[in-house]
Write a protein that binds this ligand. Sequence first.
Ligand SMILES: [Zn+2]
Length: 303
Amino acid sequence: MSVTDPYVVALAPGVHAFVQPDGGWCLNNAGFLGDARESLLVDTAATERRARLLRDAVLARGLPLPRTVVSTHHHGDHTYGNGVFLPEARIVGHENCRSEQLAAGHQLHLLWPRTDFGNVDIRPPSITYRERLTLYVGDIEVRVIHPGTAHTTGDSIVHLPEQGVVFTGDLVFHGGTPFLPMGSLAGSLRALALLRSLDAPRVVPGHGRVTDPSAYDVTERYLRWVRELAAEGYAKGATPLETARAAELGEFGAWRESERLVANLHRAYAELAGLPEGSPLDAVTVFGDMAAMNGGVPVACHA
Ligand SMILES: [Zn+2]
């Protein structure tokens, strides 16, 4: 047993979360639901080994192999394991999730060349949608909703209205720092308002323990704080790194990956400069600045 071994949480009859502690870099959550006849998966995992553990967890709960995998966004920690679920499953996601996943390719291999990802077959959504899509798995209604550009340009929220469960993808990092460089700060605030309006008491974040809607409040406080910091720094002509280094983290200091503050400031600065939401930022600069925030140590994949 390792402290990063996944565990399953029963959320409602036939509905489960697959949680990978401690929710740090590459340790995402997934979910699965269904009955003895069919099942659906929300996201996979960063490595082939972890995707196979997820596959085993589905079968251990008496569900058949998933016919559908919904990808909440293109990031490799949520999609690298998609190939493990083919040929049985079709991959479903927002149209930008497909294009971003194809553009990113084996991006995690470039970021973390020493991680053993296993055999990773890049499998983007083969069924795409633009605004909303409703799927039925047995009696379970599964609403897939695009909140606009938020964590990325191709996010999906997966909402089960009857069960009062929502899978937020990386719109929420419970106990971890939000990560906006591939999305939008303003859009993330709008996405939180949308999540709140769904009124689902059980919240499965993209990373971290299963939680409740209080996670929206603290995430929103953080985003508003980043927006204020950015406005001050931008007006003074300070770089995102200078602004991040001078910041007092306060209640957010206890979160994992506090170095993401500088990445989030890069996004906030881009919005202050009038760049469109989701416009590409230079990944080398963003990850370099996060390493600088870590005292020169690059961020590490924990999968
Ligand atoms: Zn992500």
